[in-house]
Design a protein around this ligand. Structure first.
Ligand code: FAD
Ligand code: EPU
Length: 345
């Protein structure tokens, strides 16, 4: 399906009423390649979207928005695991539910994250003590220029906190078309994070973890269907041990998470909250009143309101804590993605 001059309000979870020159809903790889070739011929940009839950449109998009609707889930059972090959246009949360309904535990900590399966490896989605990379075996990548599909094995994906090779080397001219998962039969509940610590490791089932994660998320995070948002607007900052130590001397209750590489992760939501910014509003954009890391569209926010609010949050946090926050959300201008830090500085 292809529509010209279309409003993107229903295609980005901030619910911003920006427009695109054309919208293509692609159910096949052939449609993707044809759309790319047509966009090239017209000298127009092409933007791939899944659920639009990690993007901020800064203005109207001057080219084609291609919605990835490739569908299909294949399961192979081996002695020690379930191997899944999932088409990129499948919905992430529905995949989590499907695996649990069919007795394949392992994805429950990542329940209720919006968006599509194909987007999940891009920022190595993570929540409640788990990251996608723990179960992702490979990513199938379509090269739009030559039409070839290359399998990128886990080791080449360069997964890290909210990071992967798909934000860098494979950012332009490539589409993720499928993802491979391995769910081990040696399942163990992962209960190290937050409210999950209250559960009993020996008796808790995957379904109980799923339900606990969904309940916690529903109590903290705004539902995009009710109030526009893109989840955490900023990443949790990584600082040196020395910086963390100095901050902890001044703020002994500050949450801090030492990392394997020696850096220390801070909680951006806590830093913003301590600045008294919960509920702070510019135009129609506000800091969420239950989770300060989430910026929301209260209904009539413009892209500029959100940019102005994000600037204010960053500047306030650096003035109090001397820590710069970096956006997690991807900033999209008329011709494609732009450097979010440049927009905010
Ligand atoms: P989109 O926003 O559609 O796209 C994101 C980027 O990937 C864009 O640059 C796009 O061009 C590119 N892209 C999309 N699909 C493809 C493809 N097939 N091939 C190549 N490039 C592609 N994230 C977490 O990690 N943990 C959380 O707990 C979490 N909670 C959230 C809660 C809420 C309420 C919301 C709104 C968001 C949350 N997020 C979370 C962020 C978001 O859900 C994830 O980043 C998700 O993976 C984005 O998927 P999407 O399909 O919506 O991506
Ligand atoms: N906190 C506050 N005030 C706030 C928000 C948080 O004091 O307004 C404190 C909490 O009390 C807690 C700490 O900060 O001590 C961390 O908060 P939380 O557990 O809510 O997690 P987060 O660091 O704010 C991260 C991810 C989320 C993910 C949750 C759960 C990032 C950028 N965000 O949030 O992912 O769901 O952990 O694992 O890493 C997303 O990426 O979009 C996202 C929602």
């Amino acid at each position: 399906m292809s529509t010209e001059r279309v409003c993107l309000k229903n295609y980005n979870t901030f619910a911003l009423s920006v427009q695109a020159a054309e919208l293509v809903v692609a159910e096949t790889i052939e449609v993707m390649i044809k759309s790319w070739q047509r966009a090239k011929k017209r000298h127009q940009p092409l933007l791939i979207l899944g659920g639009g839950s990690n993007v901020l449109f800064l203005e109207d998009f001057s080219g084609t928005v291609l919605i990835n609707e490739l569908k299909g889930i294949e399961v192979k059972e081996t002695e020690d695991a379930w191997q899944l090959h999932v088409a990129a246009g499948e919905n992430w949360h529905q995949l989590v539910s499907y695996t649990l309904e069919n007795g394949m535990p392992g994805l429950e900590n990542l329940a209720l994250i919006p968006g599509s399966v194909g987007s999940a490896p891009i920022q190595n989605i993570g929540a409640y003590g788990m990251e996608l990379e723990q179960v992702c075996v490979y990513v199938d990548l379509l090269n739009l220029t030559n039409g070839e599909i290359e399998r990128i094995e886990h080791e080449r994906c360069q997964f890290n906190y909210r990071e992967s090779i798909f934000k860098h080397q494979f950012k332009q001219g490539f589409v993720i078309v499928g993802v491979g998962f391995r769910l081990s039969k040696q399942w163990q509940a992962q209960l190290a994070y937050g409210d999950l610590k209250q559960l009993e490791p020996e008796t808790t089932t995957a379904l109980q973890v799923f339900e606990a994660v969904c309940a916690t998320r529903r109590s903290k995070l705004p539902d995009p269907a009710v109030m526009g948002n893109a989840g955490s607007f900023f990443k949790n900052p990584l600082v040196t041990q020395q910086v963390a130590k100095e901050l902890l001397t001044q703020y002994p209750t500050m949450p801090s998470y030492p990392q394997a590489d020696g850096q220390v992760k801070l909680a951006a939501g806590w830093l913003i909250d301590q600045c008294g910014l919960k509920g702070y509003q510019i135009g129609g954009a506000a800091v969420h009143d239950r989770q300060a890391l989430v910026l929301v569209n209260r209904g009539d926010a413009s892209s500029q309101d959100l940019v102005d609010l994000a600037k204010h949050v960053r500047n306030t946090v650096v003035a109090k804590f001397d820590v710069w926050l970096e956006p997690e959300v991807r900033f999209i201008a008329a011709n494609g993605e732009v450097d979010a830090l440049e927009v905010l500085s």
